[in-house]
Design a protein around this ligand. Sequence first.
Ligand SMILES: Nc1ncnc2c1ncn2[C@@H]1O[C@H](COP(=O)(O)OP(=O)(O)O)[C@@H](O)[C@H]1O
Ligand SMILES: [Mg+2]
Length: 407
Amino acid sequence: MIQQQLFDNIFQKQLEKTSVFTDRNIITPHYTPKSLPFRDRQIDEISQLLSTSLQGAKPNNLFIYGKVGTGKTVTVNNVLVQLQEFIVHNGSKVDFAYVNCRNHNTKYKAITKALAKFYPQEDFIGYSSAFVYEKLLAYAGGQDKQLILVLDEVDKVKDLDELIYALTRANDELEQGGIALIGISNNLFFKDKLDARTKSALLEREMVFPPYNASELKAILEERVKLAFKPNSVKDSAINLASALAAQESGDARAAVMLMLRAGEEADRNLINEVTDHHVSTAKSRVEEEVTLNMVETLPRQQQIVIYALSLMTVQGHGYDKLNGVREKGVFFSGDAYREYERIAKSMSEQSVSSRWFREYVNELETYGILVTTASGKGVRGTTTLIKLGFDARKLQKVLEKELMGV
Ligand SMILES: Nc1ncnc2c1ncn2[C@@H]1O[C@H](COP(=O)(O)OP(=O)(O)O)[C@@H](O)[C@H]1O
Ligand SMILES: [Mg+2]
């Protein structure tokens, strides 16, 4: 009787839903895999370098760079976990701290973050920059410790030259103990922009993480799929497609993992118990959409207004009239787009930029793939630039209304 009554219950239905996952968490980029295929050489080199510290000497500083998703963060963390294990078992005057500089993006914040690891009981909020620096020195020098500081996404530090200078100078001030640095960057050109002194200090050793190719990504995914999905719930061809797509983009393992996660969700949503190529393709456009919309959210306000103007015009069905009188919807004269941009900026009490700057913005947005421009050809008087959005106007409109007006 009760069973009967629950037949239509929404929670009952939720619980009965089948899923392709056994542990969804394992196929997210937050999960740290135990083994890291194709990174043996890097793990070996980094651990060899750091083992100097176990002998009581300061290792060379190391700079690691490579594109996003090439396993830099996960590889260094793998080495740190093993170092921790070694220290716990064998005892050693070595300690380390991992700092993600995206979240701790000044010299002061980065050092304070490291101190939080070294002095877990204490709180350094509000102390002066000189005080936290001395405290770090005291930790190394007072106990003759070799410290290893990992500065991940180090390019995000605003006063990087000061940070690196302070941390390298520390070694001259210390009578015992030392501080070694591992800087990591996703930006391949970052090192060329460094101040000469910072460069020579940080780049005592350097290491490049190459992108993964399709067959490497496939092997990485196969490992994960075994752990995260139910047996036989992912077609081989789906894994092949996801690896090929991620390899094509930039050899990004994070993208490959995300693609499989979204593909699994797509299968679940459709109540299908096997992930196929179709789910991977659908997932790809979803992931791309997420990436584009996230990027739009981080653009400067003026560029957001430009996109917003184009989105509104597109949604409202505007376009330009060809000489033969036919209206081409969703394609605009640059001048019309500029006027709409000015109107919207004014309505938001924002200063609008000159039409020359507007064209600069349009060029920049074109390189991001948010819009496409062409020179007006036949059928239009004179020549002018035509602009068309390269992305769903309604979605852009929605995201930008939230960004620009908080609705
Ligand atoms: N060799 C590997 N084996 C297994 N998974 C990997 C490997 N390299 C990267 N990954 C996966 O890709 C994700 C992104 O790697 P990450 O270390 O964050 O890249 P990066 O720091 O270079 O941007 C990781 O969370 C991990 O899941
Ligand atoms: Mg990283």
